[in-house]
Write a protein that binds this ligand. Structure first.
Ligand code: CO
Length: 212
């Protein structure tokens, strides 16, 4: 219990520091949140979204799960996406994977890990769809790193395939979906140069609305 007591002490120190810098800090936040960004990242403890981006509470809406996946049947992730886009009016959705992701590593093994295998199936599907490129990569580490990147790119497209995002674009909302990778060994982000801002950048099989 002593360990947890320390967390409460930390919390009191943190709240005091915030008030010292800005006496209205919590009062303003208690009234509303107006984040411009939605972060969909891995649950990994080494990647706290606010901290790596230098953002304060209230500045980024966050959803995290094992290996930053956006399955089209996951109502948890989709609810965050809908709330972020329709009610908070975020301008940017960032899918951020990371090198050294245990979820991606597990999905590359011919082994079972229990319940989580059903979740990691999504990554095996990415591997299967990108098998030609991945199997042509000689080094295991390089192949692993590329799968981390490809997984992010597939999740970016999964976000774009939702009616939530397509409706926002149809309403002329400014909304971009980005794919990034964080390197836990350097603390730095890498932009995969994947920025989707309109329906014409999406494969027509997944269009739920007609392009004008
Ligand atoms: Co991870």
């Amino acid at each position: 219990m002593r360990e947890l007591k320390k967390l409460f002490e930390n919390n009191q120190i943190w709240a005091r520091e915030k008030i010292k810098k800005d006496p209205d800090f919590f009062r303003n936040l208690s009234e509303k949140q107006t984040p411009k960004y939605l972060w969909i990242g891995c649950a990994d403890s080494r990647i706290p979204a606010n901290e790596v981006l230098g953002l304060e509470p209230g500045e980024i809406f966050v959803h995290r799960n094992v290996a930053n996946l956006v399955p089209h049947t996951d109502f948890n992730c989709l609810s965050v996406l809908q709330y972020g886009i329709e009610y908070l009016n975020v301008r940017h959705v960032i899918i951020c994977g990371h090198y050294g992701c245990g979820g991606v590593a597990a999905a590359m093994k011919n082994a079972q890990f229990g319940l989580v295998d059903n979740w990691l199936r999504n990554i095996r599907d990415v591997y299967s769809r990108e098998k030609k490129e991945l199997d042509s990569i000689a080094g295991t580490i390089q192949k692993y790193q590329r799968l981390v990147e490809l997984n992010v790119l597939h999740q970016v497209m999964n976000v774009c395939h939702t009616t939530i995002v397509q409706n926002a674009w149809a309403e002329q909302k400014k909304l971009s979906i980005h794919g990034w990778v964080y390197d836990v060994a350097t603390g730095l982000l890498k932009d995969l140069n994947c920025c989707i801002s309109s329906l014409d950048q999406v494969e027509d099989t997944y269009h739920t609305l007609k392009l004008h």
